[in-house]
Structures are given as structure tokens and as C-alpha cells.
Design a protein around this ligand. Structure first.
Ligand code: SAM
Length: 237
């Protein structure tokens, strides 16, 4: 699917101000990034076209992007050349990152590891990679959306279609992809047990003027229920 992400990637690379998630909510509203990124070692877990890392680099951080799709990384490299922003891009699995313990001050994922990696693998891996006091920020689909989704590419309705308890791996029959989602008690316990303090937990709502519908969620749905969540956590000293 990498070819479908080239133009959205380019638009995000071109944006001077970060905005997040399906509804492009501005950074000024959500405050996902630490105030002072200058000099921070950062890793983007499942970086895709790499625009989040580009935003970090322009704010003075030293990002590294990891992704398991060679095609996505090829787009990221093209966009690095086009926009004149360079940072290392690693072809690999965000559940097993080839960096030593305590290499980073920030680990971030917007729809990368946040939904495509097993939380029981990638959250401990993020904890390992971070220095004490380091920050973990990730944005992905809200668990409520996953409970109401008939399929990955079909819009969520107003009925719960699967069990909440035991939620973990979602095998979508329409395209064979595998996503992960957890009940919230499990997210919080996993983060705590792997050494994080939760700084903030956001449930994102489509803005009142949003009209764009996506395959899997409509603007109307997300005005009633949260379609995305954000966790902001700090690794305990
Ligand atoms: C929708 S993109 C999100 C990245 C970026 N925010 C974007 O939109 O371009 C999801 C990315 O996660 C990557 N991904 C999925 N599983 C992965 C894994 N186990 N390790 C590293 N990257 C993974 C995919 O290859 C894809 O590039």
C-alpha cells in the first residue's frame, strides 16, 4: 500500500506545524511533543514516510525512523532529498530495535507500532530504548472504534461487535492485515509494569467542522465517540 501514502506523506512533510491523526488536530491543541526538542535523541517506531521524524528534526531533535516496509522507507528517502532533511532510516521491526538500552529521550508512534505491533512486545521494547525520564508518545485507534468496526475497511457502526475483555489481536478478513488493541485497564497496567508513569491520556473527537469520512470511520461517528487515543508516558527514573 506504500504508493497510496506518498502524497499524504508529502503533504505532512510540507507542513511546518505538526497536526495529528485522522482529523489533523494541531499540535498547539494537543501538545504531543515535548516543549524543548533541541538535542533530543528520538526514535519513530513504524515511521512510514517519516514526516513525524522530519517535524522532530526541524525542531532540533536527532530522530531515527524504523519501519519494516522497504517501500515506505524508499518514499521517506525521496522526501528527505526533496525537503533537505536527513536522518537515519532503519529497515526493521519496531518490536526488536537494533539499538542499545537507553539510547533515546523520546519514542513516538503515530499509527505505526501504536497499532501494528503487539503492545506486549513493543511497549517493553520502547521502555528498554528510553533513558530514565524519557518520553513515550503514541497515537492510534481508540479501542471503542475497534469494538464497533465490522472490518478494517468498513465504517464503524453504533453497535459493539466484539468482546472487550480479552481484546488483543485483530485479524481483519478484508485485507488480511493484523492490528492490535487492548482494553484500557490492560494498556494502563502494561505501561505501569514496564516502568512508565502515565502523564496524559487523550481521547480524540472529530472537530465540529469535520466532514471527511474515512473507510473505517465517519466524521459523524467520531463526533459522538472517540475514534483515536493518545498516550503520553514518562519512563520512571
Ligand atoms: C500508516 S503508517 C504510519 C506511519 C506514518 N505516521 C505515516 O502515516 O506515514 C504505518 C507504518 O507502520 C509500519 N509497520 C507496521 N508494522 C511494523 C513493524 N512491526 N515494525 C516497524 N514498522 C511497522 C508500516 O510499514 C507502515 O509504514
Amino acid at each position: 500500500m506504500a504508493s497510496a501514502w506518498v502524497e499524504p506523506g508529502r503533504r505532512n512533510w510540507a507542513a511546518t506545524e505538526p497536526s495529528w491523526g485522522q482529523w489533523n488536530i494541531p499540535e498547539a491543541e494537543l501538545h504531543l511533543l515535548p516543549d524543548d526538542l533541541a538535542g533530543m535523541d528520538a526514535i519513530e517506531l513504524g515511521c512510514g514516510t517519516g514526516y513525524v521524524s522530519a517535524w522532530l528534526a526541524r525542531r532540533g531533535a536527532k530522530p531515527v525512523g524504523i519501519d519494516n516496509s522497504a517501500a515506505q522507507l524508499a518514499t521517506a528517502r525521496d522526501l528527505q532529498r526533496e525537503f533537505g532533511v536527513q536522518f537515519p532510516l532503519i529497515h526493521g521491526n519496531a518490536e526488536r530495535v537494533p539499538y542499545p538500552d537507553g539510547s533515546f529521550d523520546l519514542a513516538i508512534s503515530e499509527y505505526g507500532a501504536a497499532i501494528w505491533c503487539d503492545p506486549y512486545a513493543w511497549i517493553p521494547e520502547a521502555a528498554r530504548l528510553l533513558r530514565p525520564g524519557g518520553r513515550l508518545v503514541f497515537l492510534g485507534n481508540h479501542t471503542l472504534l475497534q469494538l464497533c468496526a465490522p472490518d478494517e475497511l468498513a465504517p464503524a457502526g453504533d453497535r459493539l461487535l466484539r468482546d472487550y475483555f480479552g481484546l488483543h489481536r485483530l485479524d481483519w478478513p478484508d485485507d488480511g492485515s493484523v492490528e492490535f488493541a487492548l482494553p484500557y485497564g490492560e494498556w494502563f497496567r502494561l505501561l505501569r509494569d514496564t516502568g512508565f508513569e502515565i502523564e496524559d491520556f487523550l481521547e480524540l473527537q472529530a472537530p465540529a467542522d469535520a466532514t471527511r469520512d474515512f473507510d473505517y470511520v465517519t466524521a459523524a461517528w467520531s463526533k459522538r465517540w472517540p475514534s483515536e487515543h493518545v498516550f503520553k508516558a514518562v519512563k520512571r527514573a
